[in-house]
Design a protein around this ligand. Structure first.
Ligand code: F6P
Length: 371
């Protein structure tokens, strides 16, 4: 998108929304230092957009100044120094009615007003698909903004990869490595449930890297009997144990996702498929099974050097983009370049694992079952 002539920027704000991911602090640091270098003031919005929607709950209206000192030494830290939220979506803000039901209210105008009140010229919003949807509405209402894609799930389209994914895959792989010894010593089936929402990227990459025997991903509904066939095939070959990696969004043939919780103002919470798969395997095969749910462990820890670098590049590119006059765009990794793609093209598009991808073909050649 060609850059256009725009008013000079004096003050920007940064917000981090959705589930935290290793690398968020690196984005904050890179964007802050890049902005300060240009003589801009930088503010952080606390807890996603809550800092602006619920200013009375925060000192200084929910914004904190981001200075060189404030962002010192944070590149390697997990989480986000600004706080985040994947509840209270400002486009569908849950408000209890007197009859006990919940009404979903659009509070995006309050965010726009908050920016005017604080004399913010431009916004960098770091987040996943939920944040992109919010950014799209705010951009249409006139906010000058650039989005930075973030999710450990790697399910955002229009970017080669998101930071946090490699860190999550590395940790999941280490966990699978560690489970091999117990699985082998006890002759058990170990079922490892990993996050990833409706996409199987984490399960696939960690499963292949960690030498799993079966990997169940949302892109291909599984038949539990095929998983048991794999266990029996291994037994016939002398391996008394099996490692099954299951994505939280995996579904049995003809069945739906396993949901832990529905709550107004946020996406459904997935989880519990590991228990189901393990119980079915035990029932059909009689094998002793154990389940390990890696859950939020995948979101913590220090980002890998790869994730730090992407995050730093994204943060700096967001500021460069604002300076060059880009707006309503998302920074995106298109190796070896970081580019800007219109938010309208990026939002609402989920990147699924292509079943003909090289990683899937590799897994099949290694004898890994997808159920
Ligand atoms: O999108 C990141 C993610 O960790 C998903 O993999 C998972 O389904 C979801 O967030 C969990 O959200 P929460 O932190 O609300 O449990």
């Amino acid at each position: 998108m060609p850059a256009k002539k725009i008013n000079p920027i004096k003050r920007i704000a940064i917000s981090t929304g959705g589930g935290d991911a290793p690398g968020l602090n690196a984005v904050i640091r890179a964007a802050t230092l890049s902005a300060i270098k240009r003589g801009w003031e930088v503010y952080g919005v606390l807890d996603g957009f809550n800092g602006l929607i619920l200013p009375e709950q925060y000192p200084n209206g929910g914004l904190i100044p981001l200075t060189r000192e404030r962002v010192r030494g944070i590149t390697h830290l997990g989480g986000t120094i600004l706080g985040t939220s994947n509840r209270n979506n400002p486009l569908k803000y849950p408000v209890p009615r007197p009859d006990g039901t919940i009404e979903e209210v659009d509070r995006s105008d309050e965010i726009v007003r908050g920016f005017g009140l604080h004399h913010i010229d431009a916004l960098i919003t770091v987040g996943g698909d939920g944040s992109l949807a919010i950014a799209s509405v705010l951009a249409k209402k006139g906010l000058r903004l650039i989005s930075v894609p973030k999710t450990i799930d790697n399910d955002l389209d229009k970017t080669d990869v998101t930071f946090g994914f490699e860190t999550a895959v590395g940790f999941a792989t280490e966990c699978i490595d560690r489970l091999h010894s117990t699985a082998a010593s006890h002759g058990r089936v170990m079922v490892v449930e990993v996050m990833g929402r409706y996409a199987g990227w984490i399960a696939l990459h960690a499963g292949v890297a960690g030498s799993a025997d079966a990997i169940l991903i949302p892109e291909r509904p599984y038949d539990i009997h095929k998983v048991v066939d794999k266990i029996r095939e291994r037994e016939a070959q002398g391996s008394k144990f099996t490692i099954v990696v299951v994505a939280e969004g995996a579904t049995p043939m003809g069945g739906g996702v396993t949901v832990l919780e529905h709550e107004a103002g946020r996406a459904e919470r997935l989880g519990g498929i590991g228990e189901k798969v393990a119980a079915e395997i035990h029932e059909i095969s009689g094998k002793e099974t154990r389940v390990v749910v890696l859950g939020h462990l995948l979101r913590g820890g220090s980002p890998t050097a790869f994730d730090r670098l992407i995050a730093l590049r994204f943060g700096a590119a967001a500021v460069r983009g604002l300076e060059e006059g880009h707006e309503g765009v998302m920074v995106s990794l298109d190796p070896p370049h970081v580019k800007y793609v219109p938010i309208e093209e990026a939002k609402g598009r989920m990147k699924m694992v292509p079943m003909d991808s090289d990683t899937i073909l590799t897994a099949l050649d290694l004898g890994i079952s997808f159920g």
